[in-house]
Design a protein around this ligand. Structure first.
Ligand code: BT5
Length: 255
């Protein structure tokens, strides 16, 4: 049984994945706002079994435990809520124009600086825990980024030519998540979705939607309180996307 005070932060030199570590603690009863941070992850994870490169303390690799009383289907919305908090924190710390690419990437000038992975545990009474994993590339790693990500990934240091302190950014992200979480409890999802749509790189754009072996063209209209992306495939024919990949069509990018 978990017996530490609420909001306890566990800071590890190395772990497989801070999400995996915190999920183990969540299942053992850890309280809301428990957190695991690691200097380095050996199996950092992204969505759909993908991996997250996090070889050292040059970035912030953190997982945060929440226990919101809500339908489990709403868990992906918390990925969007966290993305708003991360984009705001990056803007506050560096002045960079951080934007959200649905569902959970935070980009600056089209390059990925952060990824978010919400994972939930469901029991007989509904949602039991929600772990929000956040990776933010702060400073330049001592070794070059791996070939498979180097063209799409960047760090805040490469963009703004100054180092960002992990603890300072973590505090800003946590303040943002707390504020938005309270707003959600008091007023629902509407204002947060509006903010996410303002920060979005895809809303209003024509997209290629990649799913189940086919690519469809659609226009992004908005997001809903379940974290779904609402797209229009043809005039009057809309669809809710709950997962998958979208990319802005080249003509829309002006490229
Ligand atoms: C994500 O997945 O972007 C969610 C990443 C969440 C990472 C955090 S770190 C703390 C916590 N503990 C974990 O184990 N995970 C969370 P997805 O949208 O599937 O993107 C994954 C893709 O991003 C990979 O396939 C690469 O192409 C790319 N990628 C991997 N490492 C990256 C990095 N450091 N920076 C930018 N892009 C990266």
């Amino acid at each position: 049984m978990w017996q530490e005070k609420p909001g306890k932060v566990i800071w590890l030199k190395e772990t497989d994945s801070t999400n995996a570590e915190l999920k183990r603690l969540a299942a053992a009863g850890a309280p809301e706002w428990a957190m695991v941070i690691a200097d380095r992850q050996t199996s950092g994870r992204g969505r759909l079994g993908r991996s997250w490169y996090s070889s050292g303390p040059w970035g912030l690799w953190v997982s945060i435990l929440l226990r919101p009383r809500m339908e489990p289907e709403r868990a992906p919305f918390f990925g969007i809520l966290a993305a708003v908090a991360v984009a705001d924190a990056i803007k506050m710390a560096t002045g960079l124009d951080a934007r959200i690419k649905w569902p959970n990437d935070v980009e600056v000038a089209g390059s990925k600086v952060s990824g978010i992975l919400p994972e939930s545990g469901i029991g007989p009474s509904g949602l039991e825990w929600l772990v929000i994993g956040i990776g933010i590339n702060l400073n330049e790693p001592s070794e070059p980024m791996p070939d498979e990500i180097k063209d799409r990934a960047t760090t805040l240091e490469a963009l703004c030519h100054k180092k960002t302190d992990r603890s300072v950014l973590l505090d800003m992200v946590l303040d943002g998540i707390r504020r938005l979480y309270n707003l959600y409890i008091e007023e629902g999802a509407e204002n947060i979705l509006e903010r996410a749509e303002d920060l979005s790189t895809v809303i209003g754009k024509k997209l290629n939607v990649i799913g189940q072996g086919e690519v469809i063209e659609a226009t992004a209209l908005g997001m809903d309180e379940y974290g779904a992306l609402l797209v229009e495939e043809a005039p009057g024919r809309t669809k809710r996307l709950l997962s998958g990949e979208v990319s802005v069509r080249r003509s829309e990018n002006g490229r």
